[in-house]
Design a binder for this molecule. Structure first.
Ligand SMILES: Nc1ncnc2c1ncn2[C@@H]1O[C@H](COP(=O)(O)OP(=O)(O)OP(=O)(O)O)[C@@H](O)[C@H]1O
Length: 300
């Protein structure tokens, strides 16, 4: 596989803030790559540097074999950019909006209309952009980033502020675009989104990439505890602590939760005591990886 993006030691400072503080990453052709981190981590600034919208204070960056800065017209037809705040032409319908965007790249109208179908907005073609819901507007802005069929797509928090159903619908659209052979780079502060969509993620915090890799590999490397919960009152905290394989035990009056490196053993012991009421087993997630890396709970 060839590298679509290679970034080396990127730096960006705003006054006292090291917004991007030595970021290095590579993205391969066809990958779905996520930059994941809490608000203010530096995700947008990193993305803007890669897109060629912002000049880095230091470091090297190559996108599709070119330098994106100073603004590189050769790159523009090959990349699609969806920004956090999308601006539409006023009072155009969804179809007119997308056709207008497409025409900037010489895309025929019928191709633009087909893209409207791809993002699930076929039935909103004649609706003015001001009258679209948040999720529909988000999908239209993604369609605008895709209409010229770029090989590399950047999406900055594409599902922020969407309800759970709209997020899932958009995930389906993004997966289809990636399966189509396009490279996608997405920023998100949703751990579950990164875990579900991305081939690889870079976990970012305070301007730095703490770890990158496939979500499952990051979780596996953490070697973190699983959590086995039963309904509170099923057994006492002391009884739970005495179970083979139990590490820490907490009881919040709703659930009694046992952390363990050996969930099967704990569940077996609970079963032998007939104490499986309301049992739930949770493995570790990227949230645990973040906690392990920073010592802080993840707060999006
Ligand atoms: N134009 C700017 N001028 C000054 N400071 C900025 C500017 N843009 C970003 N920052 C600061 O740089 C840091 C990183 O911001 P950035 O927007 O890249 O983070 P982010 O991870 O994308 O956050 P969010 O998820 O909230 O969008 C923050 O502390 C932010 O306040």
């Amino acid at each position: 596989m060839s590298n679509t993006i290679v970034a080396n030691d990127l730096l960006k400072r705003y006054g006292d803030v090291n917004a991007v503080d030595g970021v290095s990453l590579t993205v391969e052709a066809g990958e779905f790559f996520g930059i994941l981190g809490p608000n203010g981590a530096g995700k947008t600034t990193t993305l803007e540097i890669i897109e060629g919208l912002r000049q880095a204070d230091g470091g090297e960056i190559s996108v599709l074999g070119h330098s994106p800065w100073p603004r590189n017209p050769a790159l523009l037809p090959r990349i699609g950019v969806q920004l956090q705040a999308s601006a539409f032409f006023e009072r155009l319908t969804a179809r007119e909006q997308l056709r207008t965007f497409g025409s900037l790249y010489g895309v025929p109208g019928r191709k633009a209309d087909a893209m409207l179908e791809t993002v699930g907005l076929g039935d909103k073609a004649d609706t003015q952009v001001e009258k679209l819901s948040g999720g529909q507007a988000q999908r239209l802005s993604i369609a605008c980033a895709l209409v010229h069929e770029p090989e590399l797509v950047f999406l900055d928090e594409p599902t922020a502020a969407l309800d759970p159903q709209a997020r899932r619908n958009l995930w389906d659209v993004l997966r289809a675009i990636n399966t189509d052979g396009r490279t996608i780079v997405l920023t998100t502060h949703y751990m579950d989104e990164a875990e579900i969509l991305c081939d690889r993620v870079a976990i970012m915090d305070r301007g730095r990439i703490l770890r990158s890799g496939a979500p499952a590999a990051l979780v596996r490397d953490l070697d973190a505890a699983a959590r086995v919960s039963v309904s509170s009152g099923t057994l006492s905290v002391d009884e739970a602590r005495a179970l083979p394989g139990a590490d820490e035990v907490t009881d919040d009056q709703i659930l009694l939760t046992i952390s363990t490196q050996d969930a099967p053993n704990v569940v077996r012991a609970l079963a032998e005591r007939g104490a499986l009421d309301g049992v739930q087993i949770k493995g570790s997630t990227l949230e645990d990886v973040f906690l392990g890396l920073t010592g802080r709970e993840y707060r999006a």
